[in-house]
Write a protein of this length. Structure first.
Length: 241
């Protein structure tokens, strides 16, 4: 099997991007985009289809087992994990681009600090020991599978980061699973501030388009978490007034 990678490249953040088309051949029917990028970077004297030398392709990876989210990128226009995308499912030409909702760093690498900055701003951690509600175990487990890869933010029509001119408080779906987990598990008296944060930083900014529902690499049931968290943090509070 031979495919052509059409890669959007840039040497560093301030460099002008350019496209480079590189051929890759493999006998492995289960080869992934990650497999191909690794092999291309190991090829000595690699050239593109025009005969130009190919500098090392910059991309991120860690576990290569669909558990860390580091290799997220746009593949044929959709945010996906390189380690979970098989070449045979992509067609003869595969476009690779960095995620667009995050500042570029080099080639397919972006700066995803906003994901962690939002979690710190939302304070999604326990201040002291808490005894989880056994009735919320399944919700907590579902929320814990979030990879913080950023794919959901890439397709969200409501999330606009600061570097693209966004000035809102909306933290995006990536921030919702950690919030949902604590809202489901903590006793009422310990989650009042968390519920206020949820309403301000997520509920009030989410347009409920659910574009994130089918793009999540981990297959998290976003709609279920959303319904449960809205019920606990928003509707129960309003009904009590």
């Amino acid at each position: 099997m031979t495919v052509r990678f059409d890669i959007l490249r840039r040497e560093k953040a301030e460099s002008m991007p350019y496209r480079q088309v590189i051929e890759y051949t493999t006998d492995d029917p289960n080869a992934t985009v990650a497999t191909a990028l690794t092999a291309l970077n190991e090829t000595v004297g690699l050239t593109d289809v025009e005969g130009r030398p190919v500098e090392r392709i910059m991309w991120e990876c860690s576990c290569l087992q669909k558990k860390c989210g580091a290799c997220a990128m746009r593949i044929n226009g959709l945010p996906r994990l390189a380690c979970d995308t098989k070449l045979k499912d992509c067609g003869p030409t595969i476009q690779l681009e960095p995620l667009k909702k995050f500042p570029p760093v080099a080639d397919l690498i972006v700066n995803r600090d906003v994901l962690h900055d939002n979690l710190k701003a939302l304070k999604v951690w326990l201040e002291d020991e808490a005894e989880p509600d056994e009735r919320a175990t399944d919700i907590a487990y579902e929320a814990s599978r979030c990879l913080q890869c950023g794919c959901c933010l890439e397709v969200c029509p409501n999330f606009l980061p600061d570097f693209l001119g966004g000035k809102g408080q909306f933290a995006g779906t990536a921030a919702m699973p950690p919030l949902a987990r604590l809202i489901a598990e903590l006793p009422r008296e310990k989650k009042r501030e968390l519920e206020k944060t949820y309403r301000k930083r997520f509920y009030e900014g989410c347009g409920k388009s659910l574009a994130c529902r089918n793009i999540c690499p981990a297959g998290i049931d976003i709609e279920r978490l959303l319904v449960n968290s809205n019920a606990m943090a928003v509707w129960k509070r309003l009904l009590k007034k």
